[in-house]
Design a protein around this ligand. Sequence first.
Ligand code: UDP
Ligand code: MG
Length: 350
Amino acid sequence: MESEQPTLHTVAIIVPIYNEEEVVERFHLALCRVIDLLPYDFTIYYVNDGSTDRTQEIIAHLAHDDKRVSVVELSRNFGHQAALTAGLDIAEGEVVISLDGDGQHPPELIPQMIELYQGGYDIIHTQRIDAQSSFSLKRFTSGTFYWLINTIGYTKVMPGCADFRLMSRETVNTLKKMPEYHRFLRGMIPWMGYRSIILPYQAPERLGGQSKYSMKKMIKLAMDAIFSFSLTPLRIGITVGIIFFFLAILEIVYVLSFWLRGQQASLAPGWSSLMFVILIVGGTLMVNLGFIGIYLGYIFQEVKRRPIYIIRSSPNHPMPSSELPETEADQSSRANTGNKKNANTTPKLD
Ligand code: UDP
Ligand code: MG
């Protein structure tokens, strides 16, 4: 039996959004319809991931009309995983729920997620069940990706489990101690363990607009997942290398057998077989070098310790200080503390 969680008071909701001017208002209404009926203190963090449309304006209005809304604006488009990380770092609340702002993660699941949390679970994952069986490129590529990562990765990643989940405060705090630059939260969070459960749901269509996950962004996410959760590509290189080593020994034995029988004259130098071996060995070396190069690049970016995202404005830092009119209080505090302008605009990474 799971032990029950302490009584719940505050719930944080994180919604990463990128160019969602068409849907964000409708999404907010749908979310409010659900949370208005629940007896908790909600804070909704809309993380604007560098939108170039009217998204920022719309969410600023939402924040003005609804005191539960907080706006976090990133300085540019850092990507969905970075925007989620920003939200998780900033959000306060005994539990934190993340969901997409396009309506594909139905807010109607929130009461059930909270119920499961109160039943003793620390993390409530959700899993999309596809009603349609028809072929789509996105379904095919995502199916292939999940098969690959589960075959070669060292953490199980459930297909269809996107970033729609509830996390307890304790688990969020643990995740914050994992500051890796290449983030694949769908692998990092199950890796942490804790008492978790999967809640299945049927995903509706987008409320409007197009997917903001371009093919380039999907490939980046897949690479982040594979190269930060698996060393198998490096092992492929070693395995192929060993196979070629044995092939070389076989060839020596084969050639020696001609010499021992005194038939070395019949060993006509074969251009095609030589070329074949050169090409295969050359290709294998290139592929292996490529894998090593990718891992080296990942390590390079990790050691640079750049922030995962940069906040332009947030509830703790409402506007870039350069845009705020300077008050007398500011001047005197600067005189006392030294110029710590933008001190809390970058996240703490440790
Ligand atoms: N998103 C984001 N930054 C990005 C791309 C997407 O914050 O660079 C947001 C997007 O606005 C949405 C969520 O992440 O709220 C999921 O994106 P989307 O619905 O486009 O992905 P899909 O459902 O097609 O996989
Ligand atoms: Mg979507």
